[in-house]
Design a binder for this molecule. Structure first.
Ligand SMILES: Cc1cc2nc3c(=O)[nH]c(=O)nc-3n(C[C@H](O)[C@H](O)[C@H](O)COP(=O)(O)OP(=O)(O)OC[C@H]3O[C@@H](n4cnc5c(N)ncnc54)[C@H](O)[C@@H]3O)c2cc1C
Length: 405
């Protein structure tokens, strides 16, 4: 009998692994273990159409429930793995159940950062958003006329702001940095989204920090800012970033550095253990990075299945990402890390534009807002290793298609 492959963490990377494993006709038995009591689902709609009630739970599933047994995959949903014994190649679950593996794939994802309890982080009405269970708590509270305070101006905070405005809540968003999206995007992209949200009535407060949340009978009712100002809040959503779920790997003595350290084959410091998705940290262009996106999780999960099946391959995929806010679609291709210059290009439609990132004279990434052509051509240009000049990109009379050849 071929020894089993076990996946810990039943999310995006795990399903991608399983899908490829089946297509490769790998005869090894596959066990999928996840601590959430539901089949793997798409997380992006949680802060978009699922939160606003426009998408039901069935449509959130990455694969229908019956797909797993039909494909011969043994699932263990609602099961949390608490330790890995690398000598005996055994896993232990919190209920004491043991699982043996020959190859182990860690797809444990990440967890939202929370606010400390001493500044009100534990008050009722203060939430983070990662899981379907979080939406079950938050969505019923999203009632017209209530006031929502969002801490953090990253993509999740901004997407939630858009949903909340659509449902008629009063929204204030606090960002301690000088501008929203500062960690992930150029000033031109921040400017675009600031304008968009202000037009929709979101009170965006940049360079503004929270001192503490104010509670009454254990429930949040407001916040005090470092300016001394007090603001009202019936609900608080904390969107201040995520941390990779590395506890299991750390306990097992695997190398970790802002994520489970993997090589270009997604192999950890133990050759029988792989990691993929939000929890994995890998080298790209000389820097160690971790990506928090569907593309990265799906591509890495897929790669690990091919590597275990004996393929000689490595992770080189061009990153891409998207975000939906109101009627605006943001699409990103490439990685803007270390950019030295940006170029703004007007879109074909008046509400569209794109921001192109250069590191010296090399084009490395593009943010396209309501501009699918800029995204598609940017992706093609960057993956082909072409480097049009900033002047060509900025000139709206230059056809992007001609630059992609
Ligand atoms: C609200 C929201 C909106 C998003 N929007 C976008 C978007 O628009 N575009 C985009 O590209 N990306 C988006 N993302 C990010 C994207 O969803 C993630 O990058 C992707 O889900 C990562 O997949 P993963 O398989 O690494 O982890 P996950 O999908 O998080 O799966 C990990 C699973 O492992 C489980 N687990 C962890 N530890 C254990 C253990 N010890 N035992 C058992 N199970 C365990 C976790 O509970 C979880 O179910 C969004 C994420 C969120 C939360």
């Amino acid at each position: 009998m071929v020894a089993p492959i076990v996946i810990v963490g039943a999310g995006q990377a795990a399903v991608s692994f399983a899908s490829r494993h089946i297509r490769l006709d790998n005869q090894a038995e596959l066990h999928l273990i996840g601590d959430e009591p539901v089949a793997p689902y798409h997380r992006p709609p949680l802060s978009k159409k699922y939160m606003s009630g426009e998408l039901d739970q069935e449509r959130l599933l990455i694969r229908p429930r019956h797909w797993y047994p039909e494909q011969g995959i043994t699932t263990h949903f609602g099961t949390r793995i608490i330790s890995i014994d690398r000598d005996t190649k055994q896993l232990e679950a919190s209920d004491g159940e043991k699982f043996e593996y020959d190859n182990l794939v860690l797809c444990t994802g990440s967890s939202p950062r929370t606010l400390p309890a001493d500044i009100g982080g534990n008050l009722a009405g203060v939430n983070t958003l990662r899981n379907i269970a979080d939406v079950a708590v938050i969505a019923p509270e999203f009632k017209s006329g209530r006031s929502l305070l969002i801490i953090g101006g990253g993509y999740i905070g901004l997407e939630i702001a858009a949903v909340a405005r659509k449902l008629g809540l009063e929204v204030t968003l606090l960002e301690m940095a000088e501008r929203i999206l500062q960690r992930v995007a150029a000033a031109e992209t921040s400017d675009f989204f600031r304008r968009l949200h202000r037009t929709h009535g979101v009170n965006i407060r940049e360079s503004t920090q929270l001192t503490r949340l104010l509670g009454e009978s254990g429930h949040v009712h407001g916040a005090e800012l470092t300016t001394g100002e007090a603001i009202q809040a019936d609900l608080v959503l904390v969107g201040i970033g995520i941390s990779p779920n590395t506890e299991l790997a750390e306990l097992a003595g695997l190398d970790c550095d802002n994520g489970i350290v993997v090589n270009q084959k997604c192999q950890t410091s133990d050759p029988h253990i792989y990691a993929a998705g939000d929890c994995a940290s890998f080298e790209r262009n000389g820097a160690r990075i971790r990506l928090e996106s569907v593309q990265n999780a799906a591509d890495q999960g897929d790669l690990v299945a091919r590597i275990i099946a004996g393929e000689d391959s490595s992770y080189t995929a061009l990153p891409w990402f998207w975000s939906d806010q109101y009627d605006c679609k943001l699409q990103i291709a490439g990685l803007n890390i270390g950019y030295t210059q940006t170029v703004l290009r007007a879109g074909v439609k008046p509400e569209g534009q794109s921001v192109w990132y250069y590191r010296d004279d090399r084009l490395i990434a593009v943010d396209a807002m309501n501009d699918p052509l800029a995204y598609a051509m940017g992706r093609k240009i960057i993956s082909s290793g072409l480097h049009p000049t900033p002047q060509q990109i900025a000139d709206p009379s230059v056809d992007l298609k001609s630059l992609a050849k």
